[in-house]
Each structure stands twice: as structure tokens, then as C-alpha cells.
Write a protein that binds this ligand. Structure first.
Ligand SMILES: *Cc1c(COP(=O)(O)O)cnc(C)c1O
Length: 366
């Protein structure tokens, strides 16, 4: 049997395994920060209608510029932040992972570096690797906050071409305040002109507002967003960015033509028509997240303060063994490889009850 390493594959991919949380068939799945609720029936109907319409035109390529969709996304950002956003400032792709890949293709690449503060979203380092960008792991404090001085020192030392800040951070849940982001942005620009990406995948769950107002006058700042989390549409694969229009022009140089299919654009437009219905789950999930925090603490666990739709909890001598034990109770959580800690997504009240029952039970077993 031929193995990957028998192929003439790039050296930096030898011996590596693909990214992905285990997709196990378990009664309670709280491992990938999805919305636990299926899409509401009126929205399902609207998607079917819009996709039927799009299907008739599938003999043609889709709108390469996705103008209607980007206009609707700009309107959503304008409405939720109170700051006017133009269509030219918004770009969309198949998940924010593709947005990040396009950014790294344009601003990273061979001979260039990207830096993020770890533990954080592992796709930032993986997409860096995939695009030939050298990854640099920046520091985080023991309580998982970003220490401004240590972070500025790391930026000054490594002079990265791309900087990632995830707020709220995954897997820790920690949000970063605007002053910290500004201070890091300035340190990065002082080191060299560089692209500064704030990954706001979970911002709708945060008590801190979006950093969108900071875009004005900062052409090297980019906000990355997604419909996978707050919109509860992970299966749709729709991510977007907001930045100076010049950043959007730069991404056009590397994007595949017609990267967003007509079906994806039609589905996303239908979902955006139902924004208010979809976002109504956010408040419910925040309340459930807070209930998880309280329940875990009263069961004797340590919990990292969370601004997202998930909670990091511990500490375990052997977090992988703890993950396995919780799985034995029918609950799938996430082992992100942070020593001593696991992550649980906020599910439905019944799912969260099952999780809390499981962690109370294993506290006795462990
Ligand atoms: C889930 C997540 C994303 C979303 O990726 P999509 O490709 O849009 O599904 C992006 N960033 C972070 C930090 C995430 O946790």
C-alpha cells in the first residue's frame, strides 16, 4: 500500500495528520461549537425557494463578485455595529477558513511569517503551513489572557508579516479588549508593515463589541467573521471579512474564480433574510454557557471565563483520559491538546444537563 510519505509530497507535510475533530456518533455532541438547534422551518422553505431559482441558472457561472451577498453582509455589519460598512469593504468565501487562506496566500507565503498567541485556533497555524508561511507561536499568560508587554515584545522580536488575534479566543473563550488590539497593531506596524487579522468568529456571543470601528484609517487591519457560529449555519460554509477595500482587491489576486457557488450564495442570502430569527439563539446560548460555567464550578472544576458559545474547563492530570471518560458517559467534548483542559460547546438545556451529570459523575470516578 502506498503511504503519503512515499509520494513526492512537500517536505513540510511529511508525517503530518489532517485537521479535524472526531465525528463520532454519540448522543450528546458538544465538541465543535455548532448551534445545537436545526434551522427553523420557514427558513428551510426560503432556502429551498432560493436554491430552486438558482438551480435554473446553474448552466452559467455564479456572480464572481457575489455583490448581492456582500451587500447584505455589509448591511448586517452596519446594523449590528452602528458603523457604516460599504460593499467594497466586505469579501466572502467558503467559511472563514477560506478567507484566512486567501489572506495568507496574498500576505504570507514562502519566506514570510505569521504569528498568533497560543493556545488559539489551530487553523491559523495549519493554513500558514499549507500556504508555505512560517508559523511563530506567540505567548499567552497562564490564565490565557494576552499580556500586552510580552505580546509586543514577541512582535518586535519576530517582525511577522501577518499577526492573528482571536477575540473571543478559541479554545479558551478569552476576549481581548480594544486597547490591547490597538497596542499590538501599533507594535506590529512599527516592526514592519504587516497584515493584522482579528478573528471575530464568536464576537456575537461576547460582552465586548466588535472592533469594526477600528478599521477607519487602518488599512492593514482585517476582521474575519463567519456564519458558522452565531448564525448557526456551520454546514453552509460562509465566512467573510471586513477591511479597507484595498485588502479586498489584494484577495482578488489569489481567489479562485467563481469560488462561491450559486447555491452557496442563494443559501446564504436566504439565511441573511432570517438574521433576527437565527440570532435569537445567541441570547439563549449565552445563558446556557453561563449555566455551564456555574455548574462546572460548583462541581469543583476550574473554568476559564468565556465570551463565546463554549467553555474551557479542567484541570485534569490527563485531559485525554478525562475526554475518554466523558465520552463513556455518552457526551462528546473537545480535547484541543491544551494540557490539563477540555472544551465543551453550549448545547440545548437537555444536552447541557447530560454533560453536567457526566462531569459530576466522573469527578467521583477520577
Ligand atoms: C469555528 C471558527 C471559525 C469558523 O470557521 P468557518 O470556516 O467559518 O466555519 C473561525 N475562527 C475561529 C476562531 C473558529 O473557532
Amino acid at each position: 500500500m502506498t503511504r503519503i510519505d512515499d509520494l513526492p509530497i512537500r517536505d513540510e507535510l511529511r508525517g503530518k495528520s489532517p485537521y479535524g475533530a472526531p465525528q463520532l456518533d454519540v448522543p450528546v455532541q458538544l465538541n465543535t461549537n455548532e448551534n445545537p438547534y436545526p434551522l427553523p422551518e420557514p427558513l428551510v422553505e426560503r432556502i429551498a425557494e432560493r436554491v430552486r431559482e438558482a438551480a435554473r441558472g446553474l448552466n452559467r457561472y455564479p456572480d464572481r463578485e457575489a455583490v448581492e451577498l456582500r451587500t447584505r453582509l455589509a448591511a448586517y455589519l452596519t446594523r449590528t455595529t452602528g458603523h457604516p460598512v460599504e460593499v467594497g469593504q466586505v469579501w466572502a468565501a467558503n467559511g472563514s477558513n477560506e478567507v484566512i487562506q486567501q489572506l495568507l496566500q496574498a500576505f504570507g507565503g514562502p519566506g514570510r511569517t505569521a504569528l498568533g498567541f497560543e493556545p488559539s485556533y489551530s487553523m491559523h497555524s495549519l493554513i500558514s503551513r499549507g500556504t508555505g508561511t512560517t508559523w511563530i507561536s506567540g505567548p499567552r499568560d497562564a490564565d490565557f489572557t494576552v499580556d500586552v508587554e510580552a505580546a509586543r515584545a514577541a512582535i518586535a522580536e519576530h517582525r511577522p508579516h501577518v499577526v492573528f488575534v482571536t477575540s473571543p479566543n478559541n479554545p479558551t473563550g478569552t476576549a481581548v479588549d480594544a486597547d490591547t488590539v490597538l497596542s499590538l497593531y501599533e507594535a506590529a506596524q512599527a516592526a514592519r508593515p504587516s497584515l493584522f487579522v482579528v478573528d471575530e468568529a464568536y464576537v456575537e456571543f461576547s460582552h465586548r463589541p466588535s472592533l469594526l470601528p477600528l478599521l477607519a484609517g487602518r488599512p492593514n487591519l482585517v476582521l474575519s467573521r463567519t456564519m458558522s457560529k452565531a448564525f448557526g449555519a456551520a454546514g453552509l460554509r460562509l465566512g467573510y471579512l471586513a477591511a479597507d477595500p484595498a485588502v479586498v482587491d489584494a484577495v482578488r489576486l489569489v481567489r479562485l474564480p467563481y469560488h462561491l457557488s450559486s447555491v452557496t450564495q442563494a443559501t446564504a442570502l436566504a439565511a441573511l433574510e432570517h438574521t433576527d430569527t437565527l440570532l435569537k439563539y445567541v441570547e439563549q446560548l449565552k445563558a446556557e454557557r453561563d449555566r455551564l460555567v456555574t455548574g462546572l464550578r460548583s462541581a469543583g472544576y476550574e473554568v476559564t471565563d468565556s465570551d463565546a458559545n463554549f467553555v474551557q474547563f479542567g484541570r485534569f492530570e490527563d485531559s485525554h483520559a478525562a475526554w475518554q471518560t466523558i465520552l463513556g458517559h455518552g457526551v462528546l467534548v473537545r480535547d484541543n491538546g491544551v494540557p490539563g483542559w477540555l472544551r465543551v460547546s453550549a448545547g440545548t438545556p437537555a444536552e447541557n444537563d447530560a454533560f453536567l451529570d457526566a462531569v459530576r459523575a466522573i469527578k467521583k470516578e477520577l
